[in-house]
Design a protein around this ligand. Structure first.
Ligand SMILES: [Zn+2]
Length: 250
């Protein structure tokens, strides 16, 4: 099922069909957040104990590894069965079809979480707000300017260095940790590790991770794989990294 999807372009129709099939097989229910001219934005949810673990992908349309990794995680049954799980695998249908970072109207959805000026972010945050606040958020992204893997951690709870090193170890079969001393203006805490406060870099342009932190989500990881590398490697790195965090949250 996966092979024809492993082109650098995401076929949205096939992707949504395959995701629906895999998610239904794993007992997830479908919530339509918004019907856009480019297709639906769907949240998948499976009830269970405690605050949800939440994974999002595909908010930047030129970063197909995230949605494909979310699909692989769903197909492989990676989401813990003993807890509430939420997955939003393709948050920017227009961008994914056009292969642009922005949506069809040129807006970067992952800078719109304070103003909520786009129908996509309005529908997405409205639905998430109707759910319990997650205690873990994983956000899958890519970076065109790096050669290695790196991640942002926003942590409002206990520090855990081993969790971060476990994440990098899980990804290391595919990518080395991106070396500093800085990435994107951030001083690294360690190789590949941006330990970010719960405040936006630009006060007027919040990404989803800041909105989640402001809602009270105590722990988030934003993964960045290098877009220059092969898509299969980027997908595998996201999958292994997400598994490491899901299995080792505490
Ligand atoms: Zn991105």
């Amino acid at each position: 099922m996966m092979t024809h999807m492993m082109l650098d372009m995401l076929d949205m129709r096939s992707f949504l069909e395959e995701f629906s099939f895999a998610a239904a097989a794993r007992g997830f229910s479908r919530h339509l957040l918004l019907e856009t001219e480019d297709g639906p934005i769907i949240a998948w949810e499976r009830h269970g104990k405690g605050p949800p673990a939440y994974l999002s992908a595909g908010i930047h349309g030129d970063e197909p590894a995230g949605p494909l990794a979310a699909l692989r995680l769903m197909e492989e049954g990676a989401f813990p069965t003993d807890r509430h799980c939420i997955v939003c695998p393709a948050l920017n249908p227009g961008g994914l079809i056009l292969q642009t970072r922005e949506n069809r109207r040129g807006a970067d959805l992952n800078r719109d979480f304070n103003h909520l000026s786009c129908p996509e972010t309005v529908a997405h945050t409205r639905w998430l707000s109707s759910r319990p606040v997650p205690d873990l958020f994983i956000s899958l992204h890519e970076d065109w300017e790096t050669d290695g893997f790196y991640f942002y951690e926003i942590n409002l709870g206990a520090d855990n260095v081993r969790r971060a090193s476990g994440l990098l170890a899980a990804v290391s079969a595919h990518f080395p940790a991106e070396l500093g001393p800085e990435i994107d203006g951030h001083v690294l805490r360690g190789p590949g590790w941006i330990f970010h406060r719960a405040e936006p870099d630009l006060p007027d342009s919040w990404p989803e991770a800041i909105w989640m932190a402001k809602r009270g989500c105590p722990l988030s990881f934003t993964f960045e794989t290098p877009s220059k590398a092969a898509l299969t490697e980027r997908v595998a790195a996201h999958v292994n990294g997400a598994l490491a965090v899901l299995m080792n949250q505490k």
